[in-house]
Design a protein around this ligand. Structure first.
Ligand SMILES: [Fe+2]
Length: 243
């Protein structure tokens, strides 16, 4: 099974071009590329909106993905409003209070979609995640979340905008009898972090990519990035495509 992961499009209102980038066109270009990739589903990794959640922007994005011949799942980032996003993408039944988190088997394999839009997860979401992982026992699991749960040696983001609960994530996952693959965005960087049984796949944005090695915010390049994840009988493999 092939999954396409598009993240951090930071779409604004029509004609808005943050940093001179036509973010709406970039999003459309990324979607157009999927006709080559031919995935079985698309996951949108959060920060769909440029500044803060906006129903009209979500509706525009949902209209675009509704034309795809396979399902689209979405998670919220720190620039999103989980409730507005869930309603636009017909995921409202997965809302738990103000958070959007859910589990969907992808060709029989467990996949969890988390909500880190506040930079952390509520006690209720932690309880749900713990119970889900414990019930899965030794089944390997795929997790989609906006924030990388563990530091990634991306200096500016690790020190300014990291996930607030990395120790809690590590404590929950490190002793599980399974492998946990986390697909995430937020850092606008392509990177792989392996720690114990956790494989963290940081994915590039469709807006701009950041340099990982500077303490100041520094743009690396503006090529649109899309991550492909394949679940095969050999395990999980992944690669990134740039337009
Ligand atoms: Fe983000």
């Amino acid at each position: 099974m092939r999954i396409a992961f598009i993240t951090d499009p930071h779409v604004g209102h029509a004609d808005e071009k943050p940093m001179g980038v036509d973010v709406r066109q970039n999003f459309l270009d990324a979607l157009a590329f999927l006709s080559e990739l031919k995935p079985s589903c698309l996951v949108l990794g959060g920060d769909l909106c440029s500044d803060s959640g906006d129903a009209s922007i979500y509706e525009w994005m949902a209209e675009q993905v509704a034309q795809l011949p396979y399902p689209c799942y979405a998670i919220a980032g720190n620039h999103d409003d989980s409730e507005l996003l869930a309603n636009a993408f017909r995921l409202g039944h997965h809302l738990h209070g103000h958070e959007l988190y859910y589990a969907i088997p992808l060709e029989g394999r467990p996949a969890l979609f988390l909500d880190t839009s506040k930079g952390e997860m509520s006690p209720a979401q932690w309880t749900w995640l713990r119970e889900f992982l414990e019930a899965l026992r030794d089944s390997n699991v795929l997790i989609f979340m906006h924030h990388p749960p563990l530091p990634a040696d991306v200096r500016f983001m690790d020190t300014h905008y990291a996930f607030n609960q990395p120790d809690k994530f590590l404590a929950l996952v490190r002793n599980l009898p399974c492998h946990v693959t986390v697909v995430c965005g937020h850092y606008h960087v392509e990177k792989i972090v392996q720690r114990g049984n956790i494989l963290e796949l940081l994915s590039p944005s469709t807006f701009y990519q950041m340099r990982p090695d500077t303490t100041e915010f520094t743009v690396d390049h503006y090529r649109v990035g899309i991550r492909e994840i394949s679940l095969t009988s050999q395990g999980i493999n992944s690669e990134v495509h740039y337009l």
